[in-house]
Design a protein around this ligand. Structure first.
Ligand SMILES: Nc1ncnc2c1ncn2[C@@H]1O[C@H](COP(=O)(O)OP(=O)(O)OP(=O)(O)O)[C@@H](O)[C@H]1O
Ligand SMILES: [Mg+2]
Length: 293
């Protein structure tokens, strides 16, 4: 592990503010890389304040893309009202909680990460199973939609263990795999949650060898379409090791976030995951469930 990553993890260990949060879910952006170079020293609390004041508009997006997209809008075939979201989607169920605030801080750090190269398509992965990728991706997407009232798409690209449909209480139907296999159009596969202003591309019907689908031109095209149609795309992916999925997807996204479960993920496992991710793409770490460590 590089000294820098070691420092980051040590710093995360010391994050007393995160440990004090007494809730089910605690999340913190643990990597200084997530603070903007344009505003060195910007602390998470301050970043969160900026977001909460509603000043996070196009300026914060740091890109002209969001404001100038000219492509005709996709119309998701399914618009769902009254979906029964899992209570762990705390940013929807308890938007004013301290934990939701931490997700907002994470969101702001991502937005400010690199003014020269905006993070419009972000992929979440982890070193192993069950570290909180899906929960983090879901809450992050909801937070993005709430704060900006912008077009946000959450993609379930963890074709090994797809969970987004269940987390958001969505009906069965086509999803990413069906689009990639030519069985459905993107419009048919997308589901917009009316109250939450977020659109989900569930995994759909997963085949036996899903990595082959991720490496197709159809996958590249699908992500390019989503990029032009949404202001932000949040992708839930499989663990970075030992699978090839993340290495296949990383070139297609702007940046990758590594979700680390406090007190669970070992440093050697993190090191393996970091080695599997192109260092130019790795944006930073999300320290999940920090209060449990
Ligand atoms: N911060 C948290 N607080 C409490 N429980 C959590 C937290 N993060 C994750 N969990 C729980 O841990 C389990 C795994 O979470 P999640 O499904 O988000 O992880 P994952 O990395 O997507 O897992 P998988 O590798 O299976 O896709 C779930 O039961 C979830 O509720
Ligand atoms: Mg998952």
């Amino acid at each position: 592990m590089t000294p820098r990553i070691q420092d980051i993890l040590d710093k995360a260990d010391r994050e007393g503010a995160v440990r004090r949060v007494r809730t089910d879910v605690a999340v913190a952006a643990a990597d200084p890389m997530l603070t903007t170079p344009a505003a060195p020293g910007l602390e998470p609390a301050l970043a969160a304040t900026l977001a909460a004041t509603g000043t996070a508009s196009t300026t914060h997006l740091g890109t002209s893309t969001a404001a100038t997209v000219a492509a005709p809008p996709l119309t998701p075939a399914r618009i769902v009202a009254g979906a029964l979201l899992d209570p762990r989607l705390i940013t929807a169920n308890s938007a004013n909680s301290a934990v939701a605030e931490q997700y907002r801080a994470l969101r702001t750090r991502i937005v400010h990460a690199d003014p020269l190269s905006p993070v419009n398509v972000v992929l979440l992965t982890s070193a192993g199973r069950g570290e909180g990728k899906t929960l983090t991706a879901g809450n992050l997407g909801l937070t993005m939609a709430q704060e900006w009232q912008r077009r946000i798409c959450i993609v379930d690209a963890d074709l090994r263990r797809p969970q987004m449909q269940r987390l958001f209480g969505l009906p069965d139907g086509p999803g990413l795999c069906d689009v990639l296999a030519g069985r459905a159009s993107i419009e048919e596969a997308l589901i917009t949650l009316e109250e939450h202003g977020v659109t989900i591309l569930p995994a759909g019907h997963v085949p036996a060898h899903p990595a082959e689908l991720l490496g197709t031109t159809a996958m590249r095209r699908t992500l390019e379409t989503l990029r032009t149609q949404f202001d932000r795309v949040v992708i839930d992916a499989a663990p970075a090791v030992p699978l090839a999925d993340v290495s296949i997807l990383a070139p297609l996204v702007d940046r990758v976030l590594l979700v680390v479960r406090a007190g669970v993920t070992t440093r050697p496992a993190i090191q393996d995951a970091v080695s599997a991710i192109d260092s130019a793409k790795l944006l930073g770490f999300v320290l999940n469930e920090a209060d449990q460590a």
